[in-house]
Design a protein around this ligand. Structure first.
Ligand SMILES: NC(=O)c1ccc[n+]([C@@H]2O[C@H](COP(=O)([O-])OP(=O)(O)OC[C@H]3O[C@@H](n4cnc5c(N)ncnc54)[C@H](O)[C@@H]3O)[C@@H](O)[C@H]2O)c1
Length: 388
């Protein structure tokens, strides 16, 4: 198997670490990305994203010529699609945008030959693997000779290089032979268990995992709002409640961000709006929590101005969607800082992982006390250390 060439399409947070892990496992990998800057930086041996151990892995893989990046699809024996699956902005119910996935499939169609394996790793609505098969068929690909699998990625940013190898994987296929070939491929570099099923179940499995998280976080966020109103310390409450042997309440926060949990539940809601009341409601609660935090900060700032006679400078500590990553996608912290800025408040964004921002005044290093109001939005380790 290791003598097979792998082509990875999309070299972002998932595709680049996957390429480096495969190269280190002994595969020869062609990484494809439409972004020329991404391709050039990888070919210099540099990772364009922040992730522990990724830089060294990319450097070694490129130096040993096991990984080379290109801007156009290259022939391989195994194709892994890791492109974005965002949603179309529609306030009442955002719908999945499969343009990147379908374009990636169209791009490899002319390169396919008998025996090739195509794997979709992008988080996708149920039926997407079948859609790719339909696109390829339309382009004249003989599907009876090609294997197609869906294998969702469930890594935790910050631990991607470890979890890519150690996590259990779910491999789904349209036919039994797809499942077998997909499983054999993952077995060559994954230490976790390889669990197999249909493509549709594997697609739904990833969406359900993230919706489960969203619903549980929404519960904690709702509690935090209620407790604020009735004067109960939500942290103490959760700690006490979690002493019940069958209760495990998560931590509330300023909302839910990132490319996964804040997006994927909508893929289920779109597929059956009538029967997804809890999943939709959780999304709405988590979106509302961000607005609630904005209102609270504004109330503090307005009270400060009334008392002191001048408008406070507000430091928003943390802008990324979660601690210790550089990812700003769907970040509630960023939304809070941007909304306050747009509404005329004096904001300084502080984030050790964000060097600059188009709109916000941002600093990576902050001297405590430099602002009148400090709001801890993201628990970056550096902030927590400074507080001790
Ligand atoms: N980031 C995560 O933690 C995470 C975790 C699990 C699953 N996922 C899923 O994995 C998929 C990829 O996410 P990501 O975070 O790596 O996205 P990303 O935006 O970091 O990277 C995607 C890359 O694909 C490139 N691209 C887009 N269209 C292309 C095409 N036609 N050909 C070649 N390159 C193309 C983009 O330029 C970009 O560099 C998404 O479906 C996401 O939901 C992400």
């Amino acid at each position: 198997m290791l003598d097979r060439k792998v082509t990875v399409i999309g070299l972002g947070y998932i595709g680049l670490p996957t390429s480096a892990v495969l190269a280190q496992a002994g595969y020869t990998v062609s990484g494809i990305d439409i972004n020329e800057d991404v391709v050039s930086s990888i070919n210099r041996g540099e990772a364009h994203i922040v992730e522990p151990d990724l830089d060294q892995a990319v450097q070694r893989s490129v130096a040993s010529k096991r990984l080379l990046a290109y801007t156009s699809p290259q022939p391989g024996d195994v194709y892994i699609i890791c492109v974005p699956t965002p949603f179309h902005q529609d306030k009442s119910c955002p719908t999945p945008n499969l343009d990147f996935v379908l374009k990636a499939a169209q791009g490899i169609a002319p390169l396919l030959k008998a025996g090739d394996l195509i794997i979709l790793e992008s988080t996708s609505p149920v039926g997407t693997t079948q859609k790719i098969a339909d696109v390829l068929k339309k382009q004249g690909v003989d599907l009876s000779t090609i294997y197609m699998a869906y294998c969702p990625e469930r890594v935790l940013p910050g631990k991607i290089m470890i979890e890519l190898v150690e996590n259990d994987r779910v491999v789904g296929g349209l036919r039994l032979q797809d499942i077998d070939v997909g499983r054999e491929f993952y077995k060559t570099f994954v230490k976790g268990r390889i669990l197999t099923t249909t493509a549709a179940t594997a697609e739904m499995c990833k969406l359900v995992e993230n919706s489960y998280r969203d619903v549980n976080i929404a519960f904690a966020n709702e509690l935090s709002i209620v407790c604020d109103k009735i004067g109960v310390d939500v942290q103490e409450l959760i700690q006490l409640a979690n002493h019940h042997p069958r209760v495990n309440i998560l931590q509330p926060g300023p909302g839910v961000g990132g490319h996964c949990i804040a997006v994927d539940p909508w893929f289920i809601v779109t597929q059956d709006p009538e029967n997804t009341k809890i999943i939709r409601c959780a999304r709405e609660v988590n979106l509302y929590k961000t607005q609630w935090v904005i209102k609270k900060i504004k109330a503090e700032a307005d009270a400060f101005e009334k008392q002191k006679g001048y408008a406070p400078k507000i430091a928003c500590l943390g802008l990324t969607y979660k601690p210790d990553v550089d990812d700003l996608r769907e970040s509630p912290a960023l939304e809070i800082a941007l909304t306050l800025h747009q509404d005329g408040y004096s904001i300084i964004g502080v984030d050790p992982y964000v060097a600059c921002h188009d709109i916000l005044n941002v600093t990576q290093v902050y001297e405590p006390g430099a602002a009148d109001i400090e709001v801890l939005l993201v628990k970056h380790s550096l902030f927590l250390k400074a507080q001790k």
